[in-house]
Ligand binder design. Structure first.
Ligand code: TGC
Ligand code: FAD
Length: 402
C-alpha cells in the first residue's frame, strides 16, 4: 500500500502535470533558500521585526519568470492557474506579506492592465513589470469605503484646459506596495457620469505634490510587506492611461477574482508551515515523565484538524483552478474558497499556536507571525463575512449588504 504522507494527505500532487510540478519545485526552492532567510533575519534584514520589505525580492521573482505567470505573451510565462496557485502557496509558506507583494504585482496590477489596458499600455508596461523592474499597486479601498467600494469618493475630472487629460482627486488607504510603486492602478469615478473607471498612474509622469504615497507603519500583521496610502491632488492622467472599455465595479472585481483565487492557495501554504513547525515542536518538547507532547491526544487532535483542513483546502483550490482555465469558474466559487481557506487557516494556526506554550510568544518560532498575518488575509480582498453575504445572495437570490 502507498504510505500516508502527512504533508499531502489526500495525494493532491497526483493531479498536477509534470510542468506544474517543476514550477512548484522552482518556486519552493527559491522561497525556502532565498526568501525565508530574509523574514527570519538570518541575512540581517529581519523583514518582519523591522517592517523592512526587500524590493529586490520582486526582481528575483521576475528573473525566475514567476511574476504575472498566467499572462500569455508580454514577457510572461503563460502557465496554468494551478501552476500559479502552487507558486502562491510556496511564497505564503514563507510569509503572507511576501505573497501580498507578489499577488498585487501579478494578479491585481499586471492582471488588470492585461485584461483592460490598451495594447500600448500592455506592450510598454507588462514586460518591465514581468521582470520586476516596474512595481505595481492597486488602489480601491478608501478611508471611508472598504467593504463598499461602490461608494468611493475619488474622482476624475476633465482637465479644464488640456484636452485628453484627467485630474484625479481623493485618497486610497491600506494599499499594498503603494509607497514604492512605479505604476499605480487607481479606481475613480468620472465626475460627469459617476461611473467607476480604472486609471494607470505612472509615478514618473506626476508633477511634484500631485501624488503622495505615505507608508502606514507599526502594523501588527503583514509586517514583511509594505503598505501605504495614495493621495491624489489634481494628479494629471492622460486619457490613454484610462481603461477604455470597462466601467463600474466589474473592473476591479475582475482583477480581484484572480487575486482572491491566489489567496485561497497561499493561506494553505501558511497553514502547512504552521503544521510542520507544530509537529516538529510537539515531537521535541517533553512534558510529564519525559513524554513528547506529540504523544498526547489533545495535541494530536489539533494536528489532525489542521492537516485535514489544509488537505481539503488544496483540493478545493485545485478544482477551481482547473475550472478557471476552462472558463467555468464563477466568482462565487472563488468567494467560497477564499473565505473557507482563510478562515480555516486562521482558526487552525491559532490552535497550533497553543502547542508551543510560552514559546509561541517569541517570534523566533514563526507561529505567531503566521497567526497575525492570517488575520489580515481574512480581512483584505473581501472580509470573510462579506464573502458569506456574496454566497448568501447567490444561494437565496436576496442581497443582505444593506
Ligand atoms: P454588486 O452589485 O455585487 O456588483 C457591481 C458590479 O460588479 C460586478 N461584479 C463582479 N464582476 C466580476 N467579478 C466579480 N467577483 C464581481 N462581483 C461583482 C457585478 O456583476 C456588477 O456589474 P454591473 O455591470 O452589473 O454593474 O456590487 P455591490 O456594490 O453590491 O458589491 C457588494 C460586494 C460586497 C460584493 C463588494 O463590494 C465586495 O466584494 N466588497 C469587498 C471589497 C473588496 O474585496 N476589496 C478589496 C480591495 S483590494 C485588496 O484588498 C487587495 S489586498 C492585496 C494583497 O495585499 O494581497
Ligand atoms: P469595513 O468595510 O469598515 O468593515 C469592518 C467590519 O464590518 C468587517 O468585519 C466587515 O465584514 C463588516 N461589515 C461591513 N459591511 C458589512 C455588512 N454589510 N454586513 C455585515 N458585515 C459588514 N485595499 C486595496 O484596495 N488595495 C490593497 O492593496 C490593499 N491592501 C491591504 C493590505 C493590508 C495590510 C490591509 C489590512 C488591507 C488592505 N486593503 C487593500 C484594504 C482591504 O481590502 C480592506 O481593509 C477590506 O476590504 C475591509 O475594508 P475596511 O477595512 O474598510 O473594513
Amino acid at each position: 500500500p502507498v504510505p500516508f504522507d502527512w504533508k499531502d494527505p489526500l495525494g493532491a500532487a497526483n493531479n498536477y502535470t509534470e510542468e506544474e510540478l517543476a514550477i512548484a519545485e522552482t518556486a519552493e526552492s527559491y522561497c525556502q533558500e532565498r526568501m525565508l532567510p530574509r523574514v527570519l533575519g538570518i541575512l540581517s534584514l529581519q523583514a518582519y521585526r523591522k517592517e523592512d520589505y526587500d524590493r529586490q525580492i520582486l526582481t528575483e521573482m521576475g528573473e525566475l519568470g514567476l511574476l504575472g505567470s498566467t499572462i500569455q505573451g508580454y514577457g510572461c510565462a503563460g502557465v496554468s492557474s494551478v501552476a500559479s496557485g502552487l507558486i502562491t502557496r510556496a511564497v505564503e509558506r514563507v510569509d503572507s506579506g511576501y505573497r501580498s507583494g507578489y499577488s498585487v504585482q501579478s494578479a491585481l496590477a499586471m492582471g488588470g492592465i492585461e485584461e483592460f489596458g490598451t495594447e500600448e499600455l500592455k506592450e510598454r508596461l507588462l514586460p518591465e513589470m514581468a521582470k520586476g523592474k516596474l512595481l505595481g499597486c492597486f488602489g480601491l479601498t478608501e478611508p471611508n469605503h472598504g467593504s463598499d467600494p461602490g461608494s468611493m469618493e475619488t474622482v476624475a475630472k476633465a482637465h479644464p484646459s488640456k484636452k485628453g487629460v484627467y485630474l484625479l482627486y481623493g485618497s486610497k488607504t491600506w494599499i499594498t506596495n503603494s509607497p514604492i510603486a512605479d505604476v499605480l492602478l487607481v479606481w475613480a469615478k468620472l465626475e460627469n457620469t459617476g461611473k467607476i473607471r480604472g486609471f494607470v498612474i505612472e509615478r514618473d509622469q506626476c508633477p511634484p505634490g500631485t501624488l503622495e504615497t505615505p507608508p502606514i507603519k507599526n502594523k501588527n500583521g503583514l509586517r514583511a510587506s509594505i503598505t501605504g496610502m495614495i493621495q491624489l491632488d489634481e494628479c494629471p492622467v492622460k486619457e490613454e492611461n484610462m481603461f477604455p472599455e470597462v466601467e463600474g465595479l466589474r473592473g476591479p472585481f475582475s482583477c480581484l477574482n484572480s487575486a482572491r483565487y491566489g489567496i485561497a492557495w497561499g493561506t494553505i501554504g501558511a497553514l502547512e508551515d504552521c503544521i510542520s513547525r507544530a509537529r516538529q515542536y510537539a515531537l521535541e518538547r517533553k512534558q510529564f515523565k519525559g513524554n513528547p507532547i506529540a504523544k498526547y491526544q489533545l495535541v494530536q487532535k489539533k494536528l489532525a484538524d489542521a492537516t485535514t483542513d489544509a488537505a481539503y483546502g488544496i483540493l478545493a483550490a485545485y478544482q477551481v483552478g482547473r475550472l478557471k482555465d476552462e472558463g467555468k469558474a464563477t466568482p462565487e466559487m472563488i468567494s467560497m474558497i477564499k473565505r473557507q481557506n482563510c478562515d480555516r487557516a486562521l482558526i487552525n494556526a491559532r490552535a497550533l499556536q497553543e502547542v508551543f506554550g510560552g514559546n509561541a510568544v517569541s517570534d523566533e518560532y514563526g507561529i505567531g507571525r503566521h497567526v497575525a498575518n492570517l488575520f489580515v488575509t481574512q480581512t483584505y480582498e473581501g472580509q470573510s463575512d462579506i464573502h458569506s453575504l456574496i454566497l448568501g445572495r447567490a444561494i437565496t437570490g436576496i442581497q443582505a449588504f444593506c
